[in-house]
Design a protein around this ligand. Structure first.
Ligand SMILES: Cc1cc2nc3c(=O)[nH]c(=O)nc-3n(C[C@H](O)[C@H](O)[C@H](O)COP(=O)(O)OP(=O)(O)OC[C@H]3O[C@@H](n4cnc5c(N)ncnc54)[C@H](O)[C@@H]3O)c2cc1C
Length: 439
């Protein structure tokens, strides 16, 4: 039996649930703080949007979920399964391989119930402070608050030996910046606040970005909108099929927006638009974390972070699960959660603080040499296979046979091959069988 600690987990989305299960397996005493009334995090669809559609007002009431009503998973359920808990089709559910968001929520809900996690979660508790109050004994205080009335809150403090941060990283909008953004008279919003297409009927809409949200929103609004214009940094692999839309055009990024409603693109084209939707991703955001400046967010790099999980000087007492994006994130989070739980119980060892700090610096300088911008620090991209294999080795589990093939890159290839209707055309079972029998 390893060491047992009192551990706080912030958030009961996918990362928080996986972390709670792994900590429970190691015998730790766990409290999960969740500000919502249910599990699921981003998968808990909320028809409400924020009062500031761009998400810039720091005093706005936060709506956590960024899902739009029609959202379907962009990975097949096989790639969103956990190691010993497959995301199987269930009676009465959504049987599609790329299911709608309700099915993913149901999967997470079932997972929480089947592993007895509900009793560990304090729902309606928003964490407002996580602070190391005693560096020698590693005592952390977690302050949380619950709403009593419309305008009053009650807060409480509790001490823990370790804290795992799983608050998600797709709720705080990152907005594009260009001259004239503040004085442009049209409606500007972030995709975080997009739910349904009706409001865009007969409108001239500019979508900034070329990620999955931009592609989905284009597909959904173009039948209604008068015109859709895409402003992209680099022409997207997904957008090459923009010619399939009679009323959509791809441009370079926005040069400036004018007071008369016109928007000028860097390629010289000008569009008189009604709406700009920023599909420009999200920012890491830890308003509750008081780490004496040890953990910082700089240009979307959360650092210093050993292997995206442990800040060397606070390890293993503070950790983060779920920082990575552009990856098959459910499985990455599962391995990270297991790593944290086993490191805490002493079954798996971390290198020294100095060695971890050196490893972090090496990672940063490799990125710099390769010309990868800081903001992509946690985008696994090409490193996914190597990272997952490394985690599996720490945990003494066999690397997944199909990992290489199931990474986001294979899906990019699939999307390229099958086009934007990949979710309905691509026979994933056949594809997986082929990979499985390939060695
Ligand atoms: C539009 C969109 C589509 C996506 N599609 C896919 C997909 O198809 N497949 C896929 O694998 N991934 C997809 N993702 C990625 C998705 O974010 C991950 O799948 C995953 O759900 C993230 O889990 P998480 O636990 O890290 O964060 P979240 O799901 O965001 O959970 C964080 C939890 O922490 C809680 N919380 C936050 N702050 C506090 C606080 N201060 N106190 C208490 N609780 C707090 C929140 O209420 C929430 O429940 C998508 C993301 C977006 C935005």
């Amino acid at each position: 039996m390893g060491k047992i600690y009192k551990v706080a987990v912030v958030g009961a989305g996918t990362a928080g649930l996986l972390t709670a299960r792994e900590l429970q397996r190691e015998g730790h005493h766990i409290t999960v703080f969740e500000k919502a009334g249910k599990v699921g995090g981003i998968w808990l669809y909320n028809p409400r949007v924020e009062s500031d559609p761009l998400g810039l007002d720091p005093n706005r009431e936060i709506v956590h979920s960024s899902l739009y009503k029609s959202l379907r998973a962009n990975l097949p359920r096989q790639a969103m399964s956990f190691l010993d808990y497959p995301f199987v089709k269930k009676e009465g559910g959504d049987p599609r391989t790329f299911p709608g968001h309700e099915e993913v929520l149901r999967f997470l809900d079932d997972f929480a119930r089947d592993f007895g996690l509900m009793k560990l979660i304090q729902f309606g508790h928003e964490v407002i402070r996580v602070e190391l109050v005693d560096e020698l004994t590693h005592e952390w205080v977690v302050e949380s608050r619950i709403r009593k009335t419309e305008s009053t809150w009650e807060s409480k403090e509790e001490s823990f030996k370790a804290v795992v941060i799983c608050n998600g990283n797709e709720s705080e909008p990152n907005v594009a910046d260009f001259p004239g953004i503040d004085t442009w008279p049209g409606l500007q919003m972030h995709s975080h606040n997009y739910r349904t297409p009706e409001a865009f009927e007969n409108k001239i809409v500019i979508l900034i970005g070329n990620g999955p949200s931009a592609v989905d929103i284009l597909k959904e609004i173009s039948p209604l909108a008068k015109q859709v214009h895409l402003a992209v940094r680099t022409p997207s692999f997904q957008m090459i099929r923009v010619e399939n839309y009679a009323n959509a055009w791809q441009h370079s990024m926005i040069e400036c927006a004018l007071k008369d409603g016109k928007v000028v693109f860097q390629d010289g084209s000008i569009v008189d638009a009604d709406v700009i939707i920023h599909c420009t991703g999200y920012k890491y955001h830890y308003p509750f974390l008081k780490s004496n400046g040890i953990v910082t967010v700089d240009d979307n790099r959360v650092g210093p972070m050993y292997k995206h999980v442990f800040p060397p000087s606070l390890a293993p007492w503070l950790s983060f699960v779920g920082l990575n994006n552009r990856a098959v994130v459910f499985r990455v989070m599962e391995l990270q959660a297991r790593w944290v739980a086993k490191v805490l119980s002493g079954t798996v060892e971390l290198p020294s603080e100095e060695a971890m700090a050196v490893s972090v610096e090496e990672h940063y300088s490799e990125m710099e040499k390769a010309g990868v911008p800081k903001r992509h620090t946690h985008s696994l991209m090409m490193e996914e296979v190597e990272y997952v294999t490394w985690l599996a080795t720490q945990l003494n589990i066999k690397p997944l046979k199909m990992w290489k093939e199931i990474t986001v890159f294979s899906f990019v290839e699939g999307i390229l091959h099958y086009g934007e209707n990949f979710r309905d055309i691509w026979d994933i079972d056949k594809w997986i069988q082929k990979i499985d029998s390939s060695d």
